[in-house]
Structures are given as structure tokens and as C-alpha cells.
Ligand binder design. Sequence first.
Ligand code: B12
Length: 439
Amino acid sequence: MKLGLIAMSGVRVQNAELAALGLTLPAFVERSGVIASLPSLGLLTLAGLTPRDVDITYLEIADLSATEGLPGDFDVVAISSFTAQIKDAYALADRYRAAGTKVLLGGLHVTALPDEARQHADAVFIGEGEPIWQQALHDLRNGNLQPVYDARGQSFDFAFAPMPRFDLLDISRYNRLTVQTQRGCPFRCEFCASSIRLFPGFKVKPIDRVISEIREIKRLWNRPFIEFADDNTFANKAHGKRLLRAVAKENVRWFTETDISVAEDEELLHLLADSGCAQILIGLENPSRESLHGVEQKADWKARQADKYLAAIERIQRRGITVNGCFVLGLDNTDETSFASVLDFVRQSGLYEVQITVQTPFPGTPLYTRLREEGRLINDTAWETCTLFDVNFQPTHMTVAALEKNFRALMGELYTQTARRDRRRRFRQTVRGFHPPDQ
Ligand code: B12
């Protein structure tokens, strides 16, 4: 059986003015270049669960309009896409099916809208792929493929996580590779479209499995930089510390996503610095408590952290770990003054790197459901606008045009060469001035 694993990839934005501006901003171009070249860990993971007699090819499609006909000659293709490129994924699926190739579709968007996806697939997969993939391959071989495979309600134990098939990649094309150390998050942010939408809990991968994945990458690549494709790596601090002690022995540089509470634990910060951590990305969302009110829906956790942000950033960065602070513009409790607040905060905080996005109602999120009920979605199936940069909802205290215009202006302020140089200089000064206590 010839199996094509196809990742719809690349970075997307629909708004032409924003896309053009992005290309002129050095710090934005640099960051896009770094992230644009990640492979689909989801598909490499499924490849790791595929019997060795299946002939597998891994492909990425960043721009379907530049792809003629049918890439590859396959009996079956498994396509993975997030929401922004799902319409391209469907168009490609239709082409394959017209040629008699079986099409399997899965991932976050398909999990949110399996009925929509079924119109373009021979089988759709809901939830985590691991518990259902081998059954589907078995059924396929026996000519008994089912239209829907649903992993919800089955708990996949990370102790059985397969080794992702990094060996299928042409590694020279990438500047970093991903390893997943955990899935899910204890918090419930209204807009979150990450893996809590596949699996509602929080689980960690056993440390020896994480280390074997890092070692497999090191075997294939002599200058490894690793991105943990996690939702919140240090939500469980005791496990996080054990992980860091093990990663420290591997001599790799790495990046991850976590929450601001890491700053409260000096031992964790010491271990982070000691284990090759280059940067942590933290969703700060907005600098003010009032604006954050209601974002985290279990206990208003995000709002309760806002007053600690400045001190926390300083505590992390003085250890030599850069923070990439992420802000969401267009939150319901914000108005046009929020753009200046974010800019002031970034300057005051000395954040090394900053990422701004527009509040985005991804399908399957509580935010999408609420905005649709409130009649505030501009187009409730314009999936191509789910890029984190395009506006597809009516904000509460400003017009759509004002959100777009102020967002562009803020980008123009944050991503210039000078702004980036100043942030870097300030970071170096902070690190030089800090003398860590003996650990
Ligand atoms: C790495 C990453 C990327 C990489 C790699 C993308 C890729 N092809 O996998 C790059 C940089 C290219 C990227 C691009 C984009 N990304 Co991105 N990315 C991530 C990140 C950090 C990790 C994803 C990951 O590796 N997860 C781990 C793997 C194992 O999980 P998985 O892919 O979901 O796969 C599992 C299941 O879904 C399932 N599965 C998946 N596909 C299939 C297919 C079949 C057939 C089957 C059976 C099963 C199956 O099985 C897998 C194992 O259980 C997440 C944030 C996060 N912390 O999770 C954002 C995230 C996924 N990205 C996001 C977005 C918005 C984008 C962009 C639109 C940004 C932009 N403006 O361009 C583009 C979209 C490109 C596209 N294809 O549509 C959103 C997606 C939300 C959504 N629901 O659509 C996320 C959640 C971040 C966020 N802020 O919300 N991204």
C-alpha cells in the first residue's frame, strides 16, 4: 500500500495590507521564517504507528494554487490541516478522490466539524489520532474502511506514544523540529483552539520517551533545535523539573510554550536556564486585569495574574531565558486604548520578543459558539480567515476597521529594526546585572 501523508503547511494571512506590511517589518519577517518551516508532528506520529510494509511518503503543501494535479502516486492519502487551510485541504481531497485515491482527514478542524469534513473524505478522524489509526489501516486493508473513527472517550496513554518518523523528513529543510512532552492544559481559555479541543484533560509523556525522541532527532541532525509542541509544558511543576533535569543532559537548545506561573518557582527557573532553554512563549493576552476578566473560564486565572506580569518577566529574563510575550487584540473587554496599553507594556517590560494576534473564533471553541449566538461572526464559515491576523467578528467597543487599522499600526511599532534592537539590548543588560543565588 502506498500511503501519502500530506500536511497543509505554511503561514497564512488574508488581509492584503497586513500581508504587505508584514513583509517590510524585519522582526516579523525573521519570526515568520523561524516558525514557517515546522513539519506536521501529528502525521509523523501516525507514521510511527504504521506497519513497516506500508510505503510512506511525507509531503507538505504550503500553497495549493502552486500545486498542479496530484502530488505523488498513492493508494491512500492522510491529510492534516488546521482551520486556516482546510478549504485547500478539501479541494486537494476532492482531486484525489476523483482519481480514485482514498482520502483520510483528521486534526483539530476535522474534530470540530466532522460532518463538514465527511463531504470530502472516505474517512474522518475525531480527536487524538493514536487510538484509532491502526484500526483504520487494518480496515482499509480489508476493504472495510469506516466513514468515521472517533477517539473521544478513549484515553490514549502517553506511555505508548510511538516514535515519530523524523527519518521521513529531509531535515536540511528545517531549522527546528518538534517534540511533544504533554497534551492539554489545566486552564480553559475561551479562545483556545489547541489540543484541549482534541482531548479535554492534561497529560504528560513519560520523560524517557521524550528523551528518546530528542535522541532520535540528534541521531539524524547534528545541530538540533527543538520546539516542544506543547500547550503548557510546566503546568505540572514537579514533572516539569524532572523533565528539565533529563533535558539538561542532552545538550540541545529548545523553545516551549507555558504560562506565567513558572516565574514563581526559582528552582524551576534555574533548571530552565541550565537545560538549554532559549525561549519560552507565554500568552499574556493583555496587560490589564479588567481586560482579561472572563478569558480563563474556570477561575478567571488569567485576570488574576495580570498584576504580576512585569515582575514575572523580569524574574525569567534575568536568568538569560528570553520571553516571547503574546497579546490578543480585540478582546471583548477592550477598546481602542488597548493598542497603546500593549505598546507601553511591551516597552516597560523589556520583553525580548513579542507576538500580537487578533482574537480568533476557531470552530469548536466556546468563543466561536458565543459569538455566533450573539450574531457577531462576520461569516461563520470563512475558515480561511482563522489565521490569527484576520478579523472575522464584530468587536464590542470598536469597529472592525478600527481593529484592523490599529492592529497594523501596532505591528508597525513593534516589529521595526530599532524596536527589536532596543529589546535585545535591554535583555542583555538585565542578564548582565543579575547574579543568581547558589542553587
Ligand atoms: C507546530 C505548529 C505549527 C507548525 C506546523 C504545522 C503542522 N503542519 O503541523 C506551522 C508553523 C507550520 C504552523 C502553521 C500554522 N498554525 Co500552528 N501550531 C503549531 C503548534 C505550536 C503545535 C502543533 C502540533 O504539532 N501539535 C502536536 C500534534 C501531535 O498534534 P496534531 O497536529 O493536532 O495531530 C494529532 C491529531 O490532531 C490527529 N491528527 C492530525 N492530523 C490528522 C490527520 C489524519 C488523517 C488523522 C487520522 C489524524 C490526524 O492525530 C495527531 C496525533 O494525535 C500549535 C499550538 C499548540 N501548542 O499546539 C499551533 C496551532 C496548531 N497553529 C495554529 C494556527 C492558527 C496556525 C496558522 C493558521 C498560523 C498562520 N497564520 O499561518 C498556520 C496554519 C497552517 C495550516 N496548515 O493550516 C492554531 C490552530 C487552531 C486551529 N484549530 O486551526 C494553533 C492551535 C495555535 C493557536 N494559537 O491556536 N503551526
